[in-house]
Ligand binder design. Structure first.
Ligand SMILES: O=C[C@H](O)COP(=O)(O)O
Length: 249
């Protein structure tokens, strides 16, 4: 089963609006690829200028978060309709930094995933274990729970269009990439879990990324694996290296 690769940059809390436009202008000529979907997931305040800056290219814009209500008294939050109106097509949901620093849970992740689908936004739903969980031998148990709760109430047709990002927490921003075998093992386990929840056709269609210190040097080997359909890239998405990751072949 061959799935189209998807490489998304997660800029995290980096780049002011003017810096964002300058970065897009630097990266645009480097990330041209007919074979790979390229997404820039950017801070909320950068969305409008970045959407404008990528016009005419194949690059899609993603948000790093959104709220699960339509509108109302939720000071500081951003609604799915706001994202859609601004030209956003993807939204990162449940990144481990959101879970750790902003108390997101599998339940709020699930609400956000459902709301994203309602608005035709493609969720990039994140999951991943801590080093302690890996050492305790419960990696797959933990991730299966994250995936199962995160996808509660999602239809098979919706799930086929979703993206799941496997990001071992111990590999994020640490320079410590999971080995290709470790990444593939978990991504294959996630696909098996999706097959259990839905069916094989859904598992074959859903795209699963690896994230965690992906670099221009590690991308080719990781993305060659049967169950790794691209990457969610943090640090390296803020520099020219991102072009090499997109053109990993
Ligand atoms: O969303 C991206 C991940 O958290 C990975 O970040 P990193 O590539 O800086 O390790």
């Amino acid at each position: 089963m061959s799935r189209r690769k998807i490489v998304a940059g997660n800029w995290k809390m980096n780049k002011t609006p003017s810096e964002a436009v300058a970065l897009v202008e630097e990266l645009m000529p480097l990330v041209k690829s007919d074979d790979v979907d390229v997404v820039f997931c950017v801070p909320a305040i950068d969305i409008i200028p970045v959407v404008e800056a990528v016009k005419g290219s194949n690059i899609k814009v993603g948000a790093e978060n959104m709220y699960f209500e339509e509108s109302g008294a939720y000071t500081g939050e951003i609604s799915p309709a706001m994202l859609v109106d601004a030209g956003v097509e993807y939204v990162v949901i449940g990144h481990s930094e959101r879970r750790e620093y902003f108390a997101e849970t599998d339940e709020t992740v699930n609400k956000k995933v459902l709301k994203a689908f309602e608005h035709n936004l493609t969720p990039i739903m994140c999951c991943g274990e801590t080093l302690e969980q890996r050492e305790q031998g419960v990696t797959m148990d933990f991730i299966r729970q994250q995936v199962k709760i995160g996808l509660l109430g999602v239809t098979a047709e919706q799930a086929k269009k979703a993206v799941i990002a496997y990001e071992p927490i111990w590999a994020i921003g640490t320079g410590k990439t999971a080995t290709t075998a470790q990444a593939e093992e978990v991504c294959a386990g996630i696909r098996a879990c999706v097959a259990e929840i839905f069916d094989q056709a859904t598992a074959d269609a859903i795209r699963i990324q690896y994230g965690g210190s992906v670099t221009a040097d590690t991308a080719a080997e990781l993305f060659a694996e049967a169950d790794i359909d691209g990457g969610l890239v943090g640090g390296a998405s803020l520099k020219a290296d991102f072009g090499k990751i997109v053109n990993y072949k």
